[in-house]
Design a binder for this molecule. Sequence first.
Ligand code: HEM
Ligand code: HEM
Length: 150
Amino acid sequence: MGRNNSLDLPSFIWLWKIAAWAMGFTLVSYSLLLLSGGKILSSRLNLSRSWGWVKLFHLVTGVTLIFLVLLLLAIGLVGTVGHYGDLGHSSHLWAGLLVVLLVIVSGWSATNIFQGKVWARRLHLFVNALLMIGLIFVSWTGWSVVQKYL
Ligand code: HEM
Ligand code: HEM
């Protein structure tokens, strides 16, 4: 805040408000993907009847999740560079980059499921389990950063 070329975090409050909403929708999307993914899995294993629209819903929600995470990355980078002039102020940077990586691998594995690759299903499940841990980690570290300004 002391530097002339830096922008105050409070003056960026509208940006952090968008971030808070985006994170809320991210967690909602993840929960919906968990539910619809479980439904796809159980109908594939013949444990329940299959509904075609569940797959479409899962795909649309998945693309939404990827968009939201990339939006959060952009806000995090722009807000931090605007405020400090550089990056890397806490472990939140690594948490954020980890979540971005996981969500991209998840989407990439999904395109391979479509092409009938067997390994892609296992990768999709594994990466999405890690993504839950990643989302907890990014929320935790993000919230600790926010505490500094409250
Ligand atoms: C990142 C965005 C995501 C995209 C684009 C996506 C897309 C897909 C696609 C295309 C399928 C294959 C559907 C089919 O069999 O035709 C699938 C399956 C599945 N997804 Fe996702 N998904 C995403 C995220 C998630 C998340 C976050 C979870 C769990 C929390 C999840 C859990 C599942 C499960 C359990 C299956 C069934 C796998 C199986 O049948 O073995 N997905 N997903
Ligand atoms: C998928 C979710 C998220 C991603 C990908 C993400 C990404 C990032 C990145 C890359 C930075 C730059 C960090 C640095 O260089 O030190 C950042 C900064 C920041 N993020 Fe996030 N973030 C996410 C979620 C959150 C959440 C949930 C919160 C609040 C609870 C939050 C609050 C902040 C704050 C306050 C900063 C400024 C850093 C500082 O002042 O040290 N972020 N974010």
